[in-house]
Ligand binder design. Structure first.
Ligand code: SAM
Ligand code: SF4
Ligand code: F3S
Length: 454
């Protein structure tokens, strides 16, 4: 059936005025971007939005499966929604996102959580109107976890921000790192057409967006699946040519594919942020091999050194996994050595979480949980010192910052991000949010720099 017909049918069922939807996305920015598409479809169907689930007529949880803790959290929330449903039987509860791609999760939902009315897979967002109509017409349970690859260009998003926009350039992942569930729940790599991306970014800049975040699980393999496509560096160069005062960011970048051409492009394009998120996962070659990461630390450091030789101020951040199965003390020490050597501005570290269906889940792990927690604390301690030391390089210098909110800690202060993705806090009022400002950095902490506006 035509989508517009289904949407009209929904509007006809919702006769008594506007209904409220509560959409909550978990996990990475790609998922948040999907949440914006879900909201786009709901808006078209006549829904308005609320931040309070008690007010909602429909609740959609857009889930993440990357770690067990993320899944547990969602199960906890669905459990607590049983009461909401008892109080308001017309309430519709839907589950979307990466958790829905796992058979055992779908079974568990069907068996133990009857309050869930529908399940919608990550590539089935376009089916939301049909699923919703089923629910509104009284069907007990609907599901669509089919794979369609035409969904990305059809949905107008309701964006979370009026000045920062996420733009997925590709979906899925081909890399199969042994710990990771993403390739299983998001499928193989599919790149969007360059002209669609360029048109979208052009429109966003016209609409006043100041920060464009290009998203993909490994943006470095963008375009490999397209006939007559563009490589990622080519795409960056095209976007850099667009008129307007805006900054281009991207993530993530797999180190095995971080080429000289990519680095030269970042260095040479004035609109591309001088920051690279280059997830290393471990400082030990033996662990990297067990993770199937397909690079060595020596190769990784060649990339880092090339960047630093060309721009000593360039900001590097990374992801690290602590306690990969059977990680030895020496292997963990190699990670500490690596972060001291690279001096990242920031790290995102996670304790390994076993994911059913992945290769690493088959390994019998002998590292006790308290050892993993101790390693994590040690890693964070070392990084705190590195960040404080690093941020001192900006003291006394000017910094251009995109103001993104008011400070939660200090009245009369605002926060923002520098080109290098470093948090800055300084005196200012709400009217600055969404604008670029110039500050002079006066001090450095372990999570941010402080300064005064010029
Ligand atoms: N595609 C990106 C990449 O390769 O860098 C990142 C994808 S993943 C959503 C984000 C981070 O989660 C990974 O870089 C990794 O550090 C972490 N992660 C993935 N699977 C994990 C697991 N099973 N346990 C702990 N952390 C995990
Ligand atoms: Fe997961 Fe590896 Fe793909 Fe990143 S590159 S999404 S860590 S499998
Ligand atoms: Fe989570 Fe799916 Fe992203 S598993 S991290 S929401 S791709």
């Amino acid at each position: 059936m035509e989508k517009s017909v289904v949407i009209n049918d929904i509007r006809n069922v919702l006769v008594d005025g506007i209904r409220l939807a509560y959409v909550r996305s978990f996990g990475c920015q790609l998922n948040v971007s999907d949440g914006e598409k879900i909201k786009g479809l709901l808006k078209k169907a006549g829904y308005d939005f609320t931040e309070d689930e008690h007010q909602a007529d429909i609740i959609i949880l857009n889930t993440c499966a990357v770690r067990e803790s993320a899944e547990d959290r969602v199960f906890g929330i669905i459990g607590s929604m049983k009461k909401l449903k008892e109080e308001k039987p017309s309430l519709i509860i839907g589950l979307a996102g990466c958790m829905t791609a796992q058979e055992h999760i779908r079974e568990k939902i069907k068996k133990s959580y009857p309050q869930v009315d529908f399940v919608m897979g990550t590539s089935a967002i376009n089916s939301l109107p049909e699923l919703l109509l089923d629910c509104l017409r009284g069907k007990k349970f609907s599901a669509d976890t089919g794979e369609y690859d035409d969904f990305s260009e059809q949905v107008e998003q309701v964006r979370e921000s009026t000045f920062k926009a996420s733009v997925p350039i590709m979906f899925g992942c081909n890399n199969f790192c042994t710990y990771c569930i993403v390739p299983y729940v998001r499928g193989r790599e599919r790149s969007r057409r360059p002209e669609d991306i360029i048109n979208e970014v052009h429109q966003l800049v016209e609409d006043g967006y100041k920060e464009i975040m290009l998203l993909g699980q490994n943006v470095n393999s963008y375009g490999n699946d397209l006939e007559n496509g563009m490589s990622f560096p080519e795409l960056l160069r095209e976007l850099n040519k667009l008129d307007g005062d805006f900054i281009i960011r991207f993530m993530s970048s797999h180190p095995k594919d971080a080429s000289r051409e990519l680095i030269d492009t970042i260095l040479g394009c004035e609109k591309v942020a001088k920051h690279l998120h280059l997830p290393v996962q471990s400082g030990s070659n033996t662990v990297l091999d067990r993770m199937n990461r397909r690079y060595t630390i020596e190769k990784y450091l060649e990339t880092v050194d090339y960047i630093r030789r060309n721009n000593p101020d360039f900001s590097l951040t990374t992801d690290l996994i602590v306690g990969f199965p059977n990680e030895t003390d020496e292997e963990f020490q190699a990670t500490l050595e690596l972060i001291k050597r690279v001096k990242y501005d920031n790290i995102y570290s996670f304790i390994y979480s076993r994911r059913t269906g992945t290769k690493a889940a088959e390994i019998i792990d002998t590292v006790p949980e308290d050892v993993k927690s101790r390693r994590m604390r040690e890693l964070l301690e070392v990084q705190r010192e590195i960040s404080t030391e690093n941020y001192k390089r900006f003291v006394g210098r000017k910094m251009r910052v995109l103001v993104d909110g008011v400070s939660k800690k200090r009245d009369g202060y605002v926060t923002g991000k520098s080109n290098e993705f470093i948090i800055a806090e300084f005196e200012g009022d709400r009217s600055l949010v969404g604008n670029f400002v110039e500050i002079e950095v006066t001090d450095a902490m372990n999570w941010a720099v402080t300064g005064k506006m010029l």
